[in-house]
Design a protein around this ligand. Structure first.
Ligand SMILES: Cc1ncc(COP(=O)(O)O)c(C=O)c1O
Length: 426
């Protein structure tokens, strides 16, 4: 089927939830994808941080086809071989004690929120004064289901679906005073992404994370850390919180866990897990034999890749920093490992850069309007970074002057408008 046939059919048949690029991929190998017209692309996005081992990794393909031939689904009413094996490895690499498996990031985060409330209820046998408030961060993103939406600190995602789950307050990212001010003994959890992903690759500061840990510990509340985008090697450590000297009570992971198959995980301590009993939480599909067998293989491969992520990530960030020196439209370069961002001074410029790179066969993404986001596969090589940097350098050179000038004019017009308003009001 051609791209235009698929486009027409989707326009009639699907909910219009996505504004897709007019490209249809049909094949992938390593860091490359090919579209239906045979054009080759360098993939610097990995399906939004999912295809961490690239496309068609032989060990993943082997694990997938081996398990697909044996057993795909059992339900969680029965045992299979791989949940315990996967939990053993995830608890080892995270420093936590227990796991729960589900199907997606948002489902893992829902589980984390439920755990915080269940823990608060369990701490308070007589039912009085149970902690219930949740502090989440402004600019955060935790997913599209209701609990996740309610804790997502961006009104554009929440407001169309209001009213939200009650009891959630938002704290400014890295604002210690705001955190202190909003935390009290009614709070059952502080929620954060170690590095805000969709919010533009913004790491939490060590001071903020330390304070969140201290406040929750002193008050028997939980620290919930969303590592759905930053976890499982993305920042060069197994989990991004391992760059800080802090161990959360609950950690969520998903995206690359089963190398492209849907699998999410919730990790926690024995102390917190004691509030759960059979029937309190569950899922039909989550943690099936196929996804778990593939995830076991993914974690084996990840172990071999971590030093490479650190090395190539550092190189990539250094090269992006060089671009910043050469192009005034680049406001900031941020990130850790292979979770990187370039913030530009114009949303239109960012949009035009993504389109130009796509036309040239390089896939990147724009988030938070002005931020170019890079989440490449962990098998990325220096030569691929060089290719991307050359393309970005040329794109900034060609497009930035145009957008910078129109942005300057916009600002000038806005200023003129403002002075008129002030005059009219005076
Ligand atoms: C930090 C974070 N949390 C949660 C989610 C939601 O994950 P999913 O789309 O698998 O539900 C995402 C997805 O981008 C994410 O980046």
């Amino acid at each position: 089927m051609s791209l235009s046939t698929v486009q027409r059919a989707e326009a009639e048949l699907l909910l219009p939830t996505y504004d897709r690029h007019p490209v249809m991929f049909t094949r992938g190998r390593g860091v490359h994808l090919w579209d239906s017209k045979g054009k080759k692309y360098l993939d610097l996005l990995s399906g939004i941080g999912v295809n961490a081992l690239g496309h068609g990794h032989p060990a993943i393909q082997a694990a997938l086809s081996r398990q697909a031939k044996r057993l795909i689904h059992t339900s969680n009413l029965f045992f299979h071989e791989f949940q315990a094996e996967l939990a053993k490895e995830l608890t080892r690499i995270s420093g936590l004690d227990r796991a729960f498996f589900c199907n997606s990031g948002t489902e893992a985060w829902e589980g984390a929120l439920k755990l915080a409330r269940a823990y608060a209820h369990a701490q308070n046998g007589n039912g009085n004064n149970t902690k219930w408030r949740i502090l989440a961060l402004e600019n955060s993103f935790h997913g599209r289901t209701f609990g996740s939406l309610a804790t997502t600190g961006q009104a554009k995602y929440r407001e169309p679906f209001a009213p939200m789950l009650p009891g959630v307050s938002f704290v400014g990212l890295n604002d210690l005073d705001d955190l202190k001010w909003k935390f009290d003994s009614s709070v059952c959890a502080i929620c954060l992404e170690t590095v805000q992903g969709e919010g533009g690759i913004r790491p939490v500061s060590p001071e903020f994370l330390r304070m969140a840990r201290e406040l929750t510990k002193k008050n028997d509340a939980l620290l919930l850390v969303d590592e759905i985008q930053s976890g499982l090697g993305r920042t060069g450590r197994y989990f991004a919180y391992q760059h800080y000297d802090v161990l959360p009570d609950v950690v969520t992971a998903a995206k690359p866990l089963a190398a492209g198959l849907p699998l999410g995980a919730l990790l926690t301590t024995n102390r917190v897990a004691a509030c759960i009993h059979p029937g309190l939480h569950g899922t039909t599909f989550g943690g099936g034999p196929l996804t778990c067998a593939v995830a076991v293989e993914f974690l084996k491969q990840l172990k071999l890749r971590l030093p490479h992520v650190q090395k190539v990530g550092t190189y990539f960030q250094e090269q992006l920093a060089e671009l910043k020196k050469a192009h005034p439209a680049v406001v900031e370069v941020r990130g850790l490992g292979l979770m990187l961002a370039v913030e530009l001074d114009s949303a239109d410029l960012a949009k035009a850069i993504v389109k130009r790179l796509m036309d040239e066969g390089i896939i990147i993404n724009r988030t938070h309007d002005t931020v170019l986001r890079f989440l490449p596969p962990y098998i990325l090589e220096k030569k691929h970074v060089d290719q991307a940097i050359r393309a970005l350098d040329a794109a900034f050179g060609a497009l930035a002057p145009k957008f910078t000038q129109s942005r300057k004019k916009e600002i000038k017009d806005e200023n003129l408008d403002t002075s008129e308003v002030v005059f009219a009001n005076a």
